[in-house]
Write a protein that binds this ligand. Structure first.
Ligand code: ATP
Length: 362
């Protein structure tokens, strides 16, 4: 059984709570990314699992065994750090073999295990070179090879790709994902790069101020953000978030004052049951249809800045109330600066958040 479980895990440094009541479980063969802004507690959470931080309260369970009091070396966990240090005087093959020296295995067995992981990570041709004689991408793969050679219970990666350039990151994401899929272990990856999380993870845990705000598949966290923070954090360009006032709710339609303009949006029944009229409307930049004339179901705005993005164009438009709305349109639409836009939000992609910032769901 290869699983990771955190139950109400908390880490305090003096009075400061770096991770609070973290509940997380990672199944065998599952990759969970911890994603969030700098300082939100991702690395602290990873280090609690690894045993590099003693947890203040709660439980860490790996493969069914309570780990709270076990030192890192007894947890049978392999960790790949952002700053992977390879031994410069040892060959790539010797670097990969390092973790095996603690195991009582023959030289032949050791060679066969190193050869096997080298094959998985396409390092066979550089095994006899020194780290100084291989590329950054290959060094990164050596660090991964060194972690998987031992067949540990689970894997922890801390920003594994952040040192690589954009192109290499892109190809390494795919390669690591493929390797992990074949190994069938519980894996936790820390990243602050949402693209990395969206492409590599089976589930993403989004953190803020030491708290997990939402755990879900990449699709769930994008399509059904639990709160304003997750809505704004996931997706590029960023979701438009506008504070609005609910004036009426009738037959599935909410009448709201949206930035100086009264509009009607089709939304879910729960919106009609909110206690407070103060809401935040979240609309993704790709969730608008540009209509030919103004109506009470579209938002009036004026195009102010046009940013070509290849096949699409990002338009910054100013609403009556002075808010900047980001709208992505196909390149062919040729929106011009100063043009009046009538933007109808897609009801299926219009998120309503209550005064407490939580998504209003059916
Ligand atoms: P980053 O993406 O910048 O690495 P992170 O999400 O991994 O950030 P952590 O390293 O887990 O964040 O840190 C969480 C918070 O705990 C931060 O505010 C950090 O300053 C604080 N912190 C971390 N280690 C210690 C420590 N040893 N003593 C006091 N505070 C600490």
């Amino acid at each position: 059984m290869s699983t990771i479980e955190l139950k109400q895990a908390t880490k305090k440094y003096g009075d400061f709570v770096a991770a609070r009541d973290v509940d997380l479980s990672v199944k065998k063969g599952e990759v969970v990314c911890l994603l969030g802004p700098s300082g939100c507690g991702k690395t602290t959470t990873l280090r609690m699992i690894a045993g590099l931080e003693r947890i203040t309260s709660g439980e860490v369970i790996v493969a069914g065994q309570r780990m709270n009091d076990l030192p890192p070396e007894k947890r049978d966990i392999a960790m790949v750090f952002q700053f992977y240090a390879l031994y410069p005087a040892l060959t790539v093959g010797e670097n990969i073999a390092m973790p095996l020296h603690h195991e009582k295995i023959s030289a032949t067995e050791m060679k066969s295990r190193v050869d096997k992981v080298a094959e998985i990570l396409h390092l066979g041709s550089v095994l006899n070179r020194l780290p100084g004689q291989v590329s950054e991408g290959e060094k990164q793969r050596v660090a991964v090879a060194r972690a998987i050679v031992r067949d540990p219970n689970c894997f922890l990666f801390d920003e594994p790709l952040s040192r690589l350039d954009v192109e290499l990151r892109h190809s390494m994401r795919g390669q690591i994902k493929q390797v992990l899929a074949n190994l069938s272990k519980a894996t936790v990856i820390v990243t602050h790069d949402q693209l990395e999380a969206l492409t590599m993870a089976d589930r993403i845990a989004i953190m803020k101020d030491g708290i997990i705000e939402q755990v879900g598949t990449p699709h769930e966290v994008f399509a059904k953000p639990a709160n304003v923070f997750v809505g704004s954090f996931i997706g590029t360009p960023q979701m438009n978030l506008v504070e609005a006032k609910l004036s009426k709710f009738e037959k599935g339609k909410a009448s709201i004052n949206f930035n100086g303009q009264d509009i009607e949006i089709t939304t879910n029944e729960r919106v009609g049951k909110l206690n407070s009229p103060k809401i935040t409307i979240g609309i993704r930049p790709r969730a608008f249809t540009a209509e030919s004339k103004a109506s009470n179901e579209n938002i009036q705005a004026v195009a102010e800045l046009i940013e070509p993005m290849g096949a699409e164009t990002l338009v910054h438009a100013r609403t009556k109330g002075g808010n900047d709305i980001r709208v992505v349109v196909p390149r062919e639409n040729r929106v011009k600066v100063g043009e009046a836009l009538h933007l109808r939000p897609d009801p299926a992609q219009t998120h309503v958040f209550g005064e407490n910032g939580k998504a209003v769901r059916l």
